[in-house]
Design a binder for this molecule. Structure first.
Ligand SMILES: [Zn+2]
Length: 419
């Protein structure tokens, strides 16, 4: 499966991925998802918001156990963020099938649309629309860099933008959701563990800052006659860093649009997007208020995701199930030289055995967090990332850790199907 998708949307120059929602690469990935579902005889549905669901069993009879993630990427992103969760979902299903496991609950694999928000600026669009926290009128009016609205883009992809919005029927099919994801940090490296479980997602948001000035000639306009919005923007970037350090949170200006955007013109408008997150909601809010006040920019909140604390009992059950599965997979690989990936596992067998896997918080937002906030019991399984780097072509996970992640995910699904 990995071989089938790794070339899709990859920039041959940088090795980074360009998988904007509804781009040709995204549409190819969605088609690949359909084929993987069909190959396993799963019932494929696309909901009103463009999310894909591959079901075994009928979730309208009884809400199912669902796993999955997303296939879109940030611009110049890595291969693992999102697709690892989808590939592992299909692989975990195959593992359960090979064991002859027959769940008495429907089992689903979900692919959420536009998790990263790379194209239209709002992350987790698919799950936010599904759960009703994103207003469909606002969603339809979001525009990409070419000025195309989400409504236009959906129409061109043969979808009905009028159908967007809260979808209780689809949401009602999800009894419990587990998302496997590459870790976006080095918590598991420090713990010496290949797999972990999420405790919480930090509150986080995106804000748009519009700095207005007056466009003019870069050569003929005297310095004292200029109204250059790049200057307050630059001061705000430095202040964001200082304020984040002071308040114990993180803040990033990672996206910038300059108008008219010529090397020989003083800008008339600088639009920049601030991403701010932290363990403490009040500190994040205070940072944004401070920057809004002193920047002189018009500031609009594009998204806000409150803190998510995953259900502790569910999390602990899954940490135990995952821990047992990881220990079993390692000792099986250790025992038999004819095991599936003995060379991959050799370097990990000496690490701490058995017991629950580590439980750790994350600063990254996920569809699992959106579902949890909407009242769906949700959990996350993380796979170790040796460098911790993410949203970059450097993002990585070792094959042996990915296989242990699949084993852990299969065990969590089995555990959930029993309840
Ligand atoms: Zn992701």
């Amino acid at each position: 499966m990995w071989g089938a998708i790794e070339r899709l949307g990859r920039d041959g120059r940088t090795g980074g991925y360009l998988r904007d929602a509804w781009s040709p690469a995204d549409l190819e990935l969605r088609e690949w998802f359909r084929q993987e579902a069909a190959r396993r005889g799963l019932d494929l549905r696309e909901d009103r918001n463009g999310n894909l669901w591959a079901w075994r069993g009928d979730p309208s009879r009884r809400p199912g156990v669902v796993t999955g993630s997303h296939l879109d990427s940030v611009r110049q992103g890595g291969a693992f963020d999102g697709p690892l969760g989808i590939v592992s979902a299909f692989a975990a299903l195959d593992l359960l099938d090979a064991r002859g496991f027959r769940p008495d609950r429907p089992l689903g694999i979900a692919c959420f649309t536009d998790e990263e928000g790379a194209r239209f600026g709002v992350p987790c669009t698919g799950s936010r629309l599904l759960t009703g926290v994103l207003d469909p009128d606002r969603a339809r009016g979001l525009t990409d860099d070419d000025g195309s609205s989400l409504a236009d883009v959906l129409r061109r992809a043969g979808r009905d933008p009028g159908a967007l919005g809260r979808d209780d029927e689809t949401l009602g099919h999800v009894g419990v959701f587990v998302e496997l994801h590459v870790e976006q940090g080095r918590g598991l490296v420090h713990a010496g563990a290949p797999v972990g479980v999420a405790s919480a997602i930090w509150p986080h948001g995106r804000w748009r800052f519009d700095f207005r000035g007056r466009a003019d000639h870069a050569g003929t306009t005297r310095l004292e006659d200029r109204d250059d919005p790049m200057l307050p923007f630059a001061r705000t970037v430095l202040q964001a860093r200082e304020a984040a350090r002071r308040r114990g949170v993180v803040a990033t200006f990672g996206r910038l649009r300059v108008s008219p955007g010529s090397a020989n013109a003083i800008p008339g408008l600088v639009t920049a997007w601030l991403d701010a997150r932290g363990g403490d909601t009040g500190a994040v809010r205070a940072l944004v208020a401070e920057l809004a006040e002193s920047s002189g920019a018009e500031v609009g909140e594009e998204s806000w995701t409150p803190a998510v604390d995953f259900d502790a009992a569910l999390r602990d059950r899954l940490a135990s199930a995952a821990g047992a599965a990881v220990a079993a997979a390692r000792s099986a690989a250790h025992r038999t030289a004819a095991g599936p990936h003995p060379e991959d596992v050799r370097d990990t067998v000496s690490e701490a055995p058995a017991g629950p896997v580590p439980v750790l918080p994350t600063g990254a937002g996920h569809d699992a967090g959106i579902l949890a906030a909407a009242g769906v019991p949700s959990a996350m399984v993380f796979v170790r990332n040796p460098t911790g780097i993410s949203h970059s072509p450097e993002e990585h996970a070792e094959a042996s850790d990915c296989h242990l992640g699949v084993a852990a995910l299969a065990a969590t699904l089995e555990e959930l199907c029993r309840s």
